[in-house]
Ligand binder design. Structure first.
Ligand code: ACO
Ligand code: ZN
Length: 428
């Protein structure tokens, strides 16, 4: 929906900057003062915030404009720029090189009609026993409801709405037991809980350990409360999709860092027990204090390690968030270049050869993601009816840099896991 726009002053660590923003909500805070909930145009929703009237420049208010859509796609047929580092790419057709289609999230799509009818009269998603809540735009859930979450030694500022019980939204801080993820309203309640809670690690099987990094597998049916609490916490940082209540069809792979006090949550991903679309990740999250340290790529690498043991290629459930896409692109680029750069020519061949399917088999990355990565890197050249991959010096240098930067890696010998055939089980 188009809304009025106006410049709003953003406070960037002491430096003010004016940005065009939309007002999503208004609240009266007494004595004639109002607060405005604003979304900065072209910025991620996580920056949305309440601002006072002084930060709005209403003299420059813009009325809603009609939206226009444009798309362009180029396919080049050119001789590779440099003959060095060329690989013949087989098993790919022109139709594979179309722009990658955006598919909508299965869980969201499947439940859309349900959700529409389950919204309560105030527009907030109703919290029923078994449903996946898609956060509707233009509704109460567009506005962050939890101010701060204390978990272990960290205080987290949520980025998005999360359907914690409404009573909790009035407190400045919500406290979580860092091991079972139970939420309470005060330090006193937390201390009471901690005096009883025995947990020092996530309630599942530890299937991986290397140094102080462990992965635990948690069944969403067997450990429903933990799984639901994890989803509520994750929703604070995941915008577009999360399941909260019907956790039965999912497994949760929780990554921890251990010390003498226990195994502390760093991040996780969820995975459907059975996926007809070959999804190997539903939702993925690194808790903000641990972000940008390589844990996201470690989680992704772990998800592909599971796919390798299962013997099939996988893909994350779409849509990806902006940060999700950055992390996946980075992982896919690294994993694919690792194969291509180490490829040797067979005897009598001028250039090494590989098929798309071989790249998929070796990496367990699904075909569409392999192609989108090759396209993104601009590696695919079409010449005289043949696809040629040209690894430029820039691409090779980028690969070497990311290799040197990588401190953590999944070691398959530290993973002790056998996939279950969920289709043979009567019930998850
Ligand atoms: N700005 C710019 N680049 C970033 C940022 C950022 N804020 N965060 C991560 N990156 C880049 C890193 O620089 C790195 O790129 P590089 O390898 O080229 O250096 C890459 O993304 C991965 O970085 P990691 O440190 O391995 O990833 P991180 O631990 O930060 O986790 C994740 C990434 C899981 C996406 C995290 O940002 C997160 O939890 N975000 C919120 C939830 C989310 O959006 N999840 C994905 C939704 S899609 C889905 O669920 C299938
Ligand atoms: Zn606990």
């Amino acid at each position: 929906m188009a809304r009025c726009r106006l410049p709003v002053k953003r406070d960037l660590e002491g430096q003010d900057e004016w940005h065009l923003a939309e007002i999503l909500s208004v609240k009266d805070i007494g004595e004639g003062s109002m607060l405005y909930y604003v979304h900065y145009v072209d910025f991620n929703k996580r920056l949305d915030e309440w601002v006072s009237e002084e930060r709005l420049d209403s003299s420059k208010m813009q009325l809603p404009k009609k939206e226009t859509k444009s798309s362009s796609h180029r396919r080049t047929e050119s001789r590779p720029a440099s003959p060095e580092h060329e690989i013949v790419l087989n098993g790919i057709t022109p139709s594979d090189c179309q722009p990658v289609k955006k598919s909508s999230c299965k869980v969201t799509r499947k439940r859309k009609a349900e959700e529409d009818s389950q919204e309560s009269s105030d527009g907030a998603p109703r919290q029923t026993g078994s449903m996946t809540v898609h956060v509707p735009e233009d509704k109460i859930s567009r506005i962050k409801n939890i101010n701060c979450i204390e978990v272990g030694k960290y205080r987290l500022k949520p980025w998005y709405f999360s359907p914690y019980p409404i009573e909790l939204t009035k407190y400045d801080v919500v406290y979580l037991c860092e091991f079972c993820l139970k939420y309470v309203k005060s330090v006193t309640c937390l201390q009471r809980h901690l005096s009883k809670c025995q947990l020092k690690f996530p309630p599942g099987n530890e299937i991986y350990r290397k140094n102080n990094i462990s992965f635990f597998e948690i069944d969403g049916r067997k450990n429903k409360t933990y799984a639901q609490n994890l989803c509520l916490l994750a929703k604070c940082f995941l915008d577009h999709k999360t399941l909260y209540y019907d956790t039965d069809p999912f497994l949760f792979y929780v990554m921890t860092e251990s010390d003498s006090k226990g195994f502390h949550l760093v991040g996780y991903f969820s995975k459907e027990k059975e996926s007809t679309e070959d999804y190997n990740v539903a939702c993925i999250l690194t808790l903000p204090p641990h972000q940008r340290k390589g844990f996201g790529k470690l989680l992704i690498e772990f998800s592909y390690a599971l796919s390798k043991i299962e013997g099939k290629a996988g893909t994350p459930e779409k849509p990806l968030s902006d940060l999700g896409l950055l992390s996946y692109r980075s992982y896919w680029t690294y994993a694919i270049l690792n194969i291509l750069i180490n490829l040797k020519s067979d005897q009598g061949q001028e250039r090494p050869q590989i098929t798309i399917n071989q790249i998929c088999e070796k990496t367990c990355i699904k075909k569409e993601d392999v192609i989108s990565t090759l396209q993104h890197l601009n590696l695919i050249n079409y010449y005289k009816g043949q696809y040629i991959l040209v690894l430029s010096d820039e691409v090779i240098e980028g690969y070497k840099r990311s290799l040197a930067k990588r401190k953590m890696k999944i070691e398959l010998r530290c993973l002790h896991w056998t996939p279950k055939d969920w289709s043979k089980r009567g019930k998850w």
